[in-house]
Ligand binder design. Structure first.
Ligand code: HEM
Ligand code: HEM
Length: 474
């Protein structure tokens, strides 16, 4: 039976939208991975690599990530506040505006409209639409928390609040630009200042879009789905405040060996190293939580999504600071190592936790159980294998690329031409497409399982014995 006390319809709308944009983004990812080794796959001017790559990153970050953040964070806020959303109609309007904005974003990127700043490609009218969406989201987050019936604020709420505030600041500052018509604008900052602001934003948008909201989901859905209380609330709060404090100083690690002043690069690197501590605070907290009963890994199909998810977060947050070191950066920067890092985070950490959380939420919204745990297991293994193959392949080719670019002959001339290094990438790029295919099939199993669970729930709603009282607390 559908339980409307908690605005579940809107939550489900965001989740389904996130899944739909996720499928679009992943299919585009597959196509651009092919375009890198088969130029003939650049079918038309609006379907070339240069246009599809930002459609892939924006479609997945804003579409999959944004939809999941809106849906799952609002779900968490309502449960932890013990009340429905303060502005339910606003949330429904936000759902529609969200889908229109993402569709317009993808189409405008394919049409070639771009501000040319990575992860901030959208032109100013769409930037403004995102600001409106974020204000709508913030109104419900802060309004609902302010009127909460639960006196305590569990750490997941702090992570949601941190996300709302930080993304608002980052988005507005980096998108400050001077419009030159409806479809063109210029960054307010120029030269090195532009790069500095862009990467202050670029690193933190990853942090506050792909880390803090995902940690909110992790801290809420791991104890919920395993029935094990979080190991240490004190550690969770300590990790939260130190993560938020540390993150905002680290952007300069993207500009190592650039014209940015040396002291700024060093400051960025030092804070980057510091980030290991709060990140691992959450990793350790997660392990000790499940450590109370490791048999949950076998008996509860959801546990492995969260445990493997936090494991990749742990690996990611050791790899990230290592990459920031000058000695490592000079080898891996500009190489395929970086997409290897990126996709361990996005495919391993973000997708694992988001899909695990959706598996938890959808059956509860409909007062039923998951359609098939077996399909969820198949989905889990395909996504895991696909992601590992993707990342490991990119790390190997990245080191090879870096080493070949730097290799010199005895007389100091370069040993390899750029094209020679490129040709060496081909076998790895083929393997990446295969890895992406395995991952994509895994995600299609996930989508099927969720849709069939909704169908099962709707069939139950229509059955004679169903009543609102029969619904579990959603
Ligand atoms: C403590 C945590 C982390 C640190 C310190 C860190 C650090 C870094 C560094 C230094 C780079 C630049 C590599 C280079 O270009 O030479 C980088 C790139 C990147 N990282 Fe991380 N990382 C962390 C966690 C994550 C997570 C959890 C994700 C995603 C879920 C992520 C996504 C990315 C992305 C998307 C880029 C590519 C940016 C670009 O377009 O150049 N990182 N990271
Ligand atoms: C079938 C799965 C996927 C495939 C085949 C794929 C493929 C690719 C390719 C080929 C690139 C360009 C790499 C380059 O610049 O050389 C890329 C970049 C990127 N992808 Fe994916 N991707 C997939 C899934 C995902 C997912 C699920 C996410 C996010 C949730 C994601 C986020 C990103 C980001 C942020 C970048 C930019 C990385 C950077 O600048 O270094 N991808 N992807």
């Amino acid at each position: 039976m559908n339980d409307y006390r908690y605005d579940n319809r809107t939550i489900q709308g965001f989740i389904l939208s996130a899944m739909a944009w996720g499928v679009v983004g992943i299919l585009i990812g597959l196509l651009i991975s092919v375009q890198l080794w088969a130029p003939a796959a650049n079918f038309a001017p609006y379907l070339t690599y240069g246009r599809l790559r930002p459609a892939h990153t924006n479609g997945l970050a804003l579409g999959l990530g944004g939809g999941a953040i809106f849906g799952l964070c609002l779900y968490i806020v309502m449960r932890l506040s013990g009340r429905p959303l303060l502005f339910p109609r606003l949330a429904r309007a936000q759902l529609w505006l969200f889908n229109v904005t993402i569709a317009a974003a993808v189409l405008s990127l394919l049409a070639g409209y771009t501000q040319s700043n990575e992860y901030a490609e959208l032109e100013w009218p769409l930037d403004l639409a995102v600001v409106v969406l974020w204000v709508m989201f913030a109104a419900n987050v802060f309004g609902t928390i302010a009127r909460r019936r639960e006196p305590q604020m569990y750490v997941a709420l702090w992570y949601v609040i941190g996300t709302v505030i930080a993304v608002a600041i980052l988005w507005i500052v980096n998108n400050l630009s001077i419009p030159a018509g409806l479809t063109k604008s210029y960054h307010l900052f120029s030269g090195v200042n532009s790069a500095n602001v862009e990467w202050w934003y670029g690193h933190n948008i990853v942090g506050f879009f792909f880390t803090t909201p995902i940690l909110a989901m992790f801290y809420y859905f791991l104890p919920k789905s395993t029935g094990l209380p979080i190991f240490s609330h004190r550690l969770s709060i300590l990790s939260f405040w130190s993560l938020v404090f540390g993150y905002l100083w680290t952007g300069a690690h993207h500009l190592v060996y650039s014209p940015l002043p040396d002291w700024l690069q060093t400051l960025g690197i030092v804070f980057t190293l510091f980030l290991i501590a709060p990140s691992w605070g959450s990793v350790v907290n997660g392990y000790y939580t499940v450590g109370a009963d490791w048999s949950k890994m076998r008996s509860n199909y959801l546990t492995k999504f969260f445990v493997i998810g936090i494991t990749f977060y742990g690996l990611q947050t050791v790899q990230g600071p290592t990459q920031a070191l000058r000695v490592v950066s000079q080898l891996v920067h500009f190489t395929d190592w970086v997409p290897g890092h990126v996709h361990m985070g996005t495919m391993g950490w973000v997708t694992m936790v988001v899909t695990g959380s959706i598996y938890y939420v959808i059956p509860r919204i409909h007062g039923t159980t998951i359609y098939s745990e077996r399909i969820a297991d198949v989905h889990f293994w395909l996504v895991l294998v696909g992601q590992l193959l993707f990342s490991v392949t990119m790390w190997i080719t990245g080191i090879q690329q870096g080493a070949m670019w730097k290799a010199t002959n005895a007389d100091g001339t370069l040993k390899y031409t750029f094209v020679e290094t490129l040709a060496k990438n081909y076998p790895y790029w083929h393997t990446r497409t295969l890895a992406g295919l395995v991952f994509a099939v895994g995600m299609l199993f996930f989508v099927y399982n969720v849709l069939m669970t909704i169908r099962k729930g709707r069939a139950l709603e229509g059955s004679p014995g169903s009543s609102p009282a029969a619904a579990p607390v959603a």
